[in-house]
Design a protein around this ligand. Structure first.
Ligand code: PRP
Ligand code: GUN
Length: 191
């Protein structure tokens, strides 16, 4: 993980809270607390632009903790971004998506993306896959071309599940395991 020093260092010391039975790590990239420094944001988006060529029309992120990533990436690449919101707008063509995570569930609403758009989907973490999977399935039904899926942190089996169910490769920057209340980081698990 030579390139993602700050991300790795801060993840290793991230606090873990219990949400029911779910072990939830708290980190600036995924929660905006305790402090999201320009350095850590820059390290992440610099690594993304170093590793991947992003020839897409739009960056698609998911509210809430994909928005700062899309913003930083958009400023760097000049590619505009769209937010899949937790709020219904009722705009023509709006598509609702049911999201579930290890600790919550709700609706997400897709606006601003049309058939034929070539997009990058970016999010902060994939854990159960209950957010990314239905979003990718909805975009497929909308005949949107998902050229790339990037998630900063992979945790649990969600990445594998989403790859198997959608056929998309999910590119991640770092893998997190929580074992005996300790955070272990490792390079992404390549399928
Ligand atoms: O793979 P999953 O189990 O779906 O977990 C990943 C999702 O969990 C968080 O979203 P959430 O809506 O919980 O919180 P946020 O509003 O802080 O982004 C995170 O931003 C991911 O979108
Ligand atoms: N910050 C954070 N976000 C999550 N989203 C799904 N799982 C997690 C987690 O463990 N930590």
């Amino acid at each position: 993980m030579e390139m993602l020093k700050k991300l790795e260092k801060t993840l290793k010391k991230a606090p873990i809270i219990k949400k029911g039975e779910y072990n939830y790590f708290v980190h600036p990239i995924t929660d905006g607390i305790p402090l999201t420094t320009p350095d850590i944001l820059e390290e992440v988006v610099d690594e993304i632009t170093k590793r991947y060529t992003l020839d897409v029309d739009k960056i698609v992120c998911i509210e809430a903790m994909g928005i700062h990533l899309a913003t930083a990436l958009s400023l760097k690449t000049r590619i505009p971004f769209v937010v899949v919101r937790k709020r219904e707008y009722g705009l023509p063509g709006e598509v609702a998506v049911h999201q579930t995570t290890g600790y919550s569930e709700g609706e997400l609403y897709i606006n601003g993306i049309k058939e034929g758009d070539r997009v990058l989907v970016i999010d902060d973490v994939v854990s159960t896959g209950g957010t990314l999977l239905p979003v990718l399935q909805a975009l497929k039904k909308m005949n949107v071309e998902v050229a790339k899926v990037i998630v900063i942190i992979e945790k649990g089996e969600g990445k594998k599940l989403v790859e198997e169910k959608t056929g998309h490769k999910i590119d991640t920057l770092i893998k997190v395991d929580i074992i005996d209340d300790k955070i272990i980081t490792s390079p992404p698990k390549e399928a």
